[in-house]
Write a protein that binds this ligand. Sequence first.
Ligand SMILES: [Mg+2]
Length: 478
Amino acid sequence: MSSTDVPPARRVFCNRTLNLGAIGAIGFDMDYTVVQYDPTAWESGAFGHAVAYLHDALGWPVDRLTFDAADVTQGLIFDLETGNILKANRFGYVKRARHGTQWLSLQQMREHYSRTVVHHEDPRFVFLNTLFSLSEATLLGHAVALWDQDRLPDVPSLTALYRHVRAAIDHAHRPDQLKATIAAAPERFVDLDPDTAPALLDLADAGKKLLLITNSDWAYTEQMMRFALDRFLPGTTTWRDLFTLVVVAARKPSFFSGDAPCFEVDTSTGWLRPLDGPLQPGRVYHGGHAALVERALGLASDQLLYLGDHFFGDVHASKSALRWRTALVMRELEDEIEAAVAFAPTEQELVARMADKERLEDALNQARLELLRVRAGRAEGAEDAVGARIDGLRRELAALDALVAPLARASAERGGSVWGPILRTGGDKSYLAYLLERHADIYTSRVSNLLHATPFRFFRSVKGTLPHDAVTRDVEGA
Ligand SMILES: [Mg+2]
């Protein structure tokens, strides 16, 4: 399949020019990157384990709560000061907010946020950026509703509430909790993709060293990788043959900047022994840090590409600490692009009606100014005639607004989530889109999309646009 035949939802998109041919090594995260899960199965499982923990260990009245995947989305933000869950635009302005299970009105949003700009380094805000965050966002909404009703008497503050929910989610992700359930029945949780193994084989055959760098432990990693890849590999080839280095329990994001000790995993017993000398190809390591990887490979930082789904854990950290090239894997992009393609005719209609609206508004403004000048005796004309024209324009605008409103609402809410598309807020880019543009060199919905891109692809960034570009284009075309 040539790259232009690839369906839009399966393409690789480029923020910053990247020559895949010049990349010497590619690191991969595992969970939700090389191994894709069914988010609803995983997240409702995590939600169940977290709820059981809050109920049994802390006595919270949460045992009847259920998880609803359509109720939350990636890229939401928890406000520790108010307990609201927010969606912000690329400037950090809050555009939607919910408290517990209630949406805030425009007036309430103005009261809370007219002087507040959301920023990812502000400790007031917790960013819920991955598919792992869906259960956390749902649980936070329910917990805040209970807290408001004084049903969590031992929780003194929203920060304490957040810490308890976070601890419950961490507990759910422990090897003996949800991961034990998944390892026992991976077919219920793993979303198999037959194109991932051939995509990795092509990259390895093209001379790229492949690395697996995951926060999961060895036993779980081995089971998941074997389940997801070996069935699609030729002959006796296993997933281990594809990867030059495997690092488990990596503790990203600190893996990219810290100097944690490294152990070699004895893969037959699972036992660990302290690292003796440099990392060796074909072995499995536990912990350690990125400088050991760079040293073992002998590559410059811009020859390393790292792919992950966790914005802060994978992409932001590897880019800011090491200047590695970065790729964000965003499964929800597929639904988002498909929804945008299906919505395109309505979107065109909306753009056309908005252009009509601007023309009418301009005509109205000119007529109002004419009336002022006539009244001041600075222009010729009859006041009544200009006034009648103004009334007519106002009626036309009101009729047009009645057409535009449902189109604008449908545009903001397209896709499956009540929060709208993850990379958009209304007509603008979302805060998540801002982070994506800034820190991910390329992005795509799944690792297997590299199959069609080929290992030699030169990804070129699209020309950045500014509002005045449209004007110069119009003038050029005239
Ligand atoms: Mg991951």
